[in-house]
Design a protein around this ligand. Sequence first.
Ligand code: BGC
Length: 391
Amino acid sequence: MFPEGFLWGAAGSPHQTEGNNLASDLWELENRPGGFLPERSGDACDSYHRWPEDLDIVRGLGLDAYRFGIEWARIEPVRGRISRAALAHYRRIIEGCLERGLTPVVTLHHFTSPLWFQAAGGWTAPDAIASFRSYVRAVLPILDGVTWVCTVNEPNMLAMMASMIRKEKRSENVAGAMPPPDQAVAEALMAAHRAAREELSALPGVRSGWTVANQNFEPVDGADAECDRWAWTREDQFLDAADGDDFIGVQAYTRVRIGRDGALPVPEGARTTLTGWEYYPAALGNAVRHTAARLPGTPILVTENGIATSDDTERIAYTRDALTGLADAIASGIDVRGYLHWSLLDNYEWGSYHATFGLVAVDRTTFARTPKPSASWLGAFATSQKQRAVS
Ligand code: BGC
């Protein structure tokens, strides 16, 4: 049973949906001659212009929350030069949510940074935290009416990706199997998070936290100690850093099994998704339990959960089972405030459009949006749960 007031929604991020994020570090990487990414984001879903349609879809499905991000590279395309037009753009989206009765869940940093920030040394540069703080300060005036703010999306993934990008290759395709994060980047992100929360505390209505990629590390053949070490560097230190936050964002898709020599491949013959991850809907309930055990009493918001599949029936089955696990975790007494499905749209999956996570298909030429059966399914499920909660 999902409590009264539980938020039901869908999620996206700026770089993956807006298109033409020209001043960002990733745009440069995608468009670098001879770059290693198979596809560039290009126009993405053109949500920079089509966001009203996206919000209408969310509302029309009967969902009540929408997670989207503010793109730092648009707010501050050149160091110290704040774009008022970009601020006004995101303010319109926030107002667009409020007008439709949707709760906006706003992410301030979702993997991409301005190119100037990266060129100046990225997160470990001496003035990195001050730069992030001043970006957050610039955004404060447009956050009126916003309750939920995610400072940094998946800092653990970001810290692991930073080292992979440096090597210019993809060694593993699942976050939990990647090399350990660069500890200096990890700690800089923690400092950036604290700075952002300090700034956000100027807005009494805001609840701020960050979101962590939950990997459901499982020891195999008695590799408990190795599993604990693995989980500490790649996940748990980032959960512990959220101690005292207003909430913690749980993002779960799959599990990663750990043997005595580290991450094990997905077992031969196991069912996998379009990202090559193991099909594992229990990931969500387990991640919520793990997070709650690490951060007792901290409210949880599921900020991402979903599946990359071209079979929409499979998306429904996965989501139904994931939600059953979530309901069980709630029944055990864990304080979960909402569920935001990843993702609303078939968007740019960091290097390609192949892995479709969306509840809504997007035509790559016309940008026409076509809700899939899973979208109506989730909307109907949410509506029935809301009715149960108040009856
Ligand atoms: C990220 C999303 C991504 C999703 C699926 C999370 O790591 O926050 O941006 O698309 O998982 O890979």
